[in-house]
Ligand binder design. Sequence first.
Ligand code: ATP
Ligand code: MG
Length: 254
Amino acid sequence: MTKLLSVSSGKGGVGKTTVVSNLGAALAEYGRNTVVVDANLTTPSLGFHLGIPLYPKTLHDVLRNEAHISEATYVHNSGLRIVPAGLSVNDLKNTSPDRLADVLLDMVGEPDTVLIDSSAGLGNESIKALESSDEAMFVANPDLPSVTDALKAATLAEDSGTQVYGVILNRVRDHPSELSVDEVESMVGHPVISVIPEDNGVRESIAMKNPLVHHAPHSPASVQMRRLAASMAGVDFKPPKRPGLLRRLLQAFQ
Ligand SMILES: Nc1ncnc2c1ncn2[C@@H]1O[C@H](COP(=O)(O)OP(=O)(O)OP(=O)(O)O)[C@@H](O)[C@H]1O
Ligand SMILES: [Mg+2]
């Protein structure tokens, strides 16, 4: 059965799109039939993270009833499928998220998981993404403003009957000023399902337009995203094997 799972936050810039692109790529690697949808209609960026920003048909066309969602679904070279959003100002001005639930329902049946990359804020756009989902996960950084907004977003999800899957704590540096996992869980009232460390590889992978789980599979954030994907896919997590010293030396000189 298809699960529609939105990745939301409240506060912006906390790592939703990074989580969607990497979790999607890792789920696809674990054999889950996965689609990622850029439901951030005002400031989309999922296509950039996956290295394919421009598409002939997008979710904006689908929401305006000018295309079927199957015409706006593309296959990434990882096997992951993506429904991108349009990047033009015209798209931004002339598209409403009101039909989001209806158009996503058209996908139900074939994929195992549809990951919905939500916009920041708690306005109509992100509420529509929550209402369109069976479950939601909330990305927060380990600080008070971010966790407070995650709590608000989780409360809105519950109000719309969407089950809360859990909280992903991202950009954790283990600094004494940060909120701990226990503190976050007691504030939000939901479990922290993943702790993703601050990792310079993330910025690098976005610049390389390649999800971190492919760009640097052994990096700390990559390992945590793979671990979460494995638990969602119901498979045992095995850390990816590191190449031997000789191969690493050869790669360094390529
Ligand atoms: N674990 C991490 N370590 C280091 N940098 C990170 C990490 N996660 C995300 N970032 C950085 O944070 C920035 C914002 O990430 P991202 O675009 O995924 O956030 P977002 O929540 O989707 O933002 P928006 O609300 O604007 O959609 C990225 O440019 C990336 O460089
Ligand atoms: Mg984003």
